[in-house]
Design a protein around this ligand. Structure first.
Ligand code: NOJ
Length: 750
């Protein structure tokens, strides 16, 4: 996707006139076929390409047919009827003047009919191959419905569990999010965008959207440029380099300028610095919402700001359609800005092969939930579940497990286990934990009681039945959490507690005195610290998708071994937010030895006697669970950390190794994580940064030397001059099984 030379800056006069082979000021606009086509287009047809309208479901209204014939529609979102789509494409190709196809977009976020774990769960696999395979399945199913373009991956860095859209994200870390985002792009787009089963990816929401104030969706984001570049833009740059063909501008205002009118983001960074050649679509109405933001007075100004900033296509609203012509006539914008946008859009349509064949053949249509797709979804779900606690190795349940009481409002909810953003998800395909356990163990061994009919319920009428089931069983599995609607877009929560009377349900069931395994199906980290003391094991499954039940059953029964790791820090309570592992040290980091809990502070304590360090008196300094954490049924020991290159020069590789041994009784997979700290920087550096990881499988008793190679360029950061630099000096390096890894060594960059 790279072009050869420097790019336009706003105000440079672009020009197609008289130059059919290459655009004078945009050398990357050099496809003769596209330039020829643009030369033939009327202004109205150009503006048409920049308009995305919402779908209509089934029958195509006459006025829309006419709009397609007139070349007034470049894209349609939310249309998934393959026959309708084929017909629209036929009209566009055969009946419109220039035969330009339409591009069909859809939110295919974590699966189409076959639903995969929510992206946050997928990130917990720390397995890009599994994530890529999931995106491939989603692409194939969506493609077979006529969809050409998904609005994914969502790669907003999310440090706030209150924010509902954390469910759609890959969590808090720029490196992990980059790896996962790239895997998704590769899965969606395949090796060849025009191949059957490939669809266009869209990196969203550009940019900073995850930093919404207070975790309230759509809220203001204030991110200093250095932080923006070091944390929030990394994943976007990674997927741009991986060839993501489109970007979506966010709803948020970033440092006072809405993302959809933000020249810094869309023109300076995305186009001029990264040389992005795909196109930018606005988020739904995010151009006209700049009026509500108080950034522009009216739609005409909104259209002007957005086109100048670099939004090529307008989603849902019609400010471009209504005002671009006028803005050109008044000399406020140059028509060449439109040519650039149209070029970008047409280029992608050519790349997708839509000009040649936009149709889905009869035999390829509606290919859903094939056995191999379901298997891929099951594997993703298995690897996405994170074992957080397993006292006395209660898990896995042995073959001789007697009766299992399966309790809780999420144990048999085909729809709710799918999570947010499943517009096309088929909940009939879902296999619930109840169904899967009954299948594995036989009906008579599974005693089912909901306890609560849904997670927010406060009606305790079902408690007695749940307690009875627990008393009759040998072990209790409780499936609790949040319904799908409690996370996702606009669905933010101020509290991270289990909703409804679920805490009380655990407390009541615990009185039966049976071992309890808590399974949490949720769209965000929940503050389960207080209740987890009543249970023996915790398996955090996020919303696991279609195959959540079988995946869970395999893990509970030891057919598979948990290997997921947290992609985000779990706070003890919402009051600790923001809390993330790659924080700064501050001048007064917490002194763990001298921290005094609020309950232990004597009366009349002298003000400074507790020390003055950065922590909460009531919640301390640690999160509930750290980033990267996750247990296995086996145990792993890390030893012999060695830096083979204790002194390196700039641009050299740092080589570090560790020996990992499986010291337990099960075959298992461990995600070996490497973190570094740059001890002194011209800008203060985080206390730890994830730089690499590897998934390693070991048999009991087996050990293996794991080696990492990191180039010093990967240790670069943006300094206060906004230059990306690796600064010489001393670095600490850790390798271990979570961000709390304690095996540490040092190296120096000379
Ligand atoms: C709004 C959401 O923010 C975005 O993520 C989504 O792709 C669009 N709506 C289209 O549905």
């Amino acid at each position: 996707m790279k072009h050869l030379f420097g790019l336009l800056t706003i105000g440079v006069v672009l020009g197609l006139a008289g130059c059919l082979n290459q655009n004078e000021h945009n050398p990357w606009m050099n496809d003769k076929e596209i330039l020829d086509l643009i030369q033939q287009m009327t202004l109205e047809e150009k503006i048409g390409q920049m308009q995305q309208i919402n779908g209509f479901g089934g029958e195509i209204p006459e006025h829309l047919k006419q709009d397609v014939i007139d070349g007034k529609i470049g894209s349609i979102l939310n249309e998934v009827n393959v026959k309708t789509i084929n017909e629209i494409q036929r009209i566009a190709l055969e009946e419109s003047r220039l035969g330009i196809p339409v591009i069909i977009g859809r939110d295919v976020i974590h699966g189409f009919k076959t639903v995969f774990p929510i992206p946050l769960g997928q990130a917990a696999t720390w397995n890009p191959e599994v994530v890529k395979a999931g995106a491939r399945v989603a692409a194939k199913e969506a493609w077979s419905s006529g969809v050409n373009w998904t609005f994914a991956p969502m790669i907003d860095i999310s440090r706030d569990a209150r924010w509902g859209r954390i469910a759609e994200s890959c969590g808090e870390d720029p490196y992990l999010t980059s790896v996962m985002g790239v895997a998704m792009v590769e899965g969606f787009q395949g090796d060849d965008l025009s191949a059957d089963g490939s669809i266009l990816a869209c990196a969203k929401h550009f940019a900073g959207y995850g930093a919404a104030e207070g975790g309230r969706d759509y809220n203001t984001t204030l991110i200093p440029e250095g932080e923006l570049r070091n944390i929030y833009l990394k994943s976007f740059q990674a997927v741009e380099e991986a060839g993501a063909g489109s970007f979506m501008s966010g709803f948020n205002d970033l440092n006072g300028v809405p993302a959809s009118g933000n020249e810094f983001l869309l023109r300076k960074v995305l186009r001029n610095e990264w040389n992005f050649e795909g196109f930018v679509v606005s988020d739904w109405a995010s151009i006209t919402e700049m009026i509500t933001h108080g950034y522009v007075a009216d739609e005409k100004n909104a259209a002007e700001k957005a086109i100048k900033a670099g939004v090529d296509m307008e989603m849902a609203t019609t400010s471009y359609k209504t005002y671009l012509q006028e803005l050109i006539d008044e000399g406020r914008i140059d028509e060449e800005l439109l040519d650039e946008a149209v070029y970008r859009i047409l280029k992608i349509k050519f790349d997708l092969g839509l000009f040649n064949n936009p149709y889905v053949k009869e035999e390829d249509q509606n290919q859903f939930a094939l056995p191999e797709y379901l298997e891929t979804a099951k594997e993703a779900a298995i690897q996405s579940m994170v074992l957080l606690k397993n006292e006395k190795s209660i898990l896995p349940l042995t073959n001789e497990v007697g009766k299992v009481a399966l309790i809780g409002p999420m144990a048999n909810q085909k729809y709710e286990q799918l999570g947010t953003w499943i517009f096309d998800g088929d909940s009939d395909l879902s296999i619930t934990p109840l169904e899967a356990l009954q299948l594995e163990l036989g009906d008579n061994k599974v005693l089912f009681a909901e306890g609560l009919s849904y997670t927010r319920s406060k009606d305790k009428a079902g408690f007695a039945q749940a307690v009875t089931a627990a008393k009759q069983a040998d072990v209790v599995v409780m499936c609790l959490g949040e319904e799908s609607i409690l996370s996702g877009e606009a669905h933010c929560r101020a509290s991270l507690d289990l909703p409804g009377a679920q805490n009380e349900l655990i407390e009541e069931v615990a009185k039966a005195g049976k071992p309890i395994v808590l399974v949490v199906m949720a769209g965000r980290p929940l503050a389960i610290g207080a209740v987890s003391k009543h249970v023996d094991a915790v398996l955090y499954s996020f919303h696991p998708g279609t195959m959540g039940g079988p995946a869970l059953a395999e893990l509970l029964l030891g057919v598979s071994n948990p290997s997921g790791k947290l992609p985000v820090t779990f706070p003890k309570s919402a009051g600790q937010i923001p809390i993330y592992y790659n924080h700064k040290n501050t001048g007064r980091p917490v002194d763990k030895a001298s921290w005094t809990c609020i309950d232990d502070i004597p009366l009349n304590t002298f003000q400074t006697s507790l020390g003055n360090t950065s922590h909460y008196l009531d919640l301390g300094f640690d999160p509930l669970y750290p980033f990267g954490f996750g247990l296995s049924y086996t145990t792993f020991e890390y030893k012999d950390l060695k830096i083979e290159t204790p002194k390196v020069k700039l641009d050299d590789d740092v080589i570090a190794s560790v020996t990992l041994e499986n010291t337990g009784n099960f075959i298992g997979e461990e995600v070996v994580q490497l973190y570094v700290r740059d001890l002194v920087g011209s800008v203060t550096r985080p206390v730890k940064e994830l730089k690499a990881f590897q998934r390693v499988q070991l048999k009991p008793g087996e050990s293996k030397k794991i080696t990492f190679k990191i180039n010093t360029s990967e240790l670069a950061f943006f300094n206060n001059e906004m230059k990306e630099v690796t600064e010489p000096g001393e670095f600490h390096l850790w390798i271990g099984g979570s961000s709390n890894a304690d095996l540490q060594a040092s190296f120096i960059i000379e």
